[in-house]
Design a protein around this ligand. Sequence first.
Ligand SMILES: [Zn+2]
Length: 272
Amino acid sequence: MPYSLREVSDAVESLWPIAGAEGWDASGLIAGHPDDSVSTVLLAVDAVAETADEALDSRADLLLVHHPLLLRGVTSIAADRYKGSILTRLIRGNCALLAAHTNADVVGDGTSGVLAQRLGLVDVAPIVPHTDPEAGIGRVGRLTEPLSLGHLAQALGKILPATATGIRVSGDYDSMVQTIALCGGAGDSLLSTDAVTHADVYVTSDLRHHPASEAREQAGLGRGPALIDVSHWASEWLWLDVAAEQLRQRLPDLSVQVSEIRTDPWDFVVTQ
Ligand SMILES: [Zn+2]
């Protein structure tokens, strides 16, 4: 028996309550009717042409993504523009679209929580806690044994799916680190928080020149972490397997698949 999209949305709400989302976010149902039937779900980080095609090819009734397709003002979903093209194809193919974004970042088994677990961190707490102290943005915790910064970066390289741009590090390869702050996705807004400035290293994505340079200059004057910059997509993709298993447990008759397509936008680098 298929579930209704309403039942799947209810399971999503129980796992990743929308109340936990940031005010600017646009998580929730993007396309599809709550009365639609859902037997198969495909999980992906991004709703892009390739993952939409994968959902339709695998006859998924729902594409559940991390990043909302419609986050900022949209005045057209004409099918010759990419967002309209994706939505048109999904709707014509009877595939709903639902996003669980910052509401899935903040929970214990959310994007940052899963990365902390995969690194084996202990005494883990959010960088910015919510009223529920288990929930919040980012995570900080300790490795059970100190590790060199270089070896931590290598360990991340094994944990995360491969991407063209790899892993960038700012700091001394041989310096020993134990307190790790991390934030799946773009986390430069947390660079000046106490939890990050007191950590030995901060792992996040999309670090730009000025925030990274300023954080390292400040570290040179006293307190501040080494930086590890990983692929945004890779840092959040790890969460999909955990999310899929949680959905299977809540809705045992649901077929839940995880997209293996790399939606990191970078294709190659040239080393000098
Ligand atoms: Zn993200």
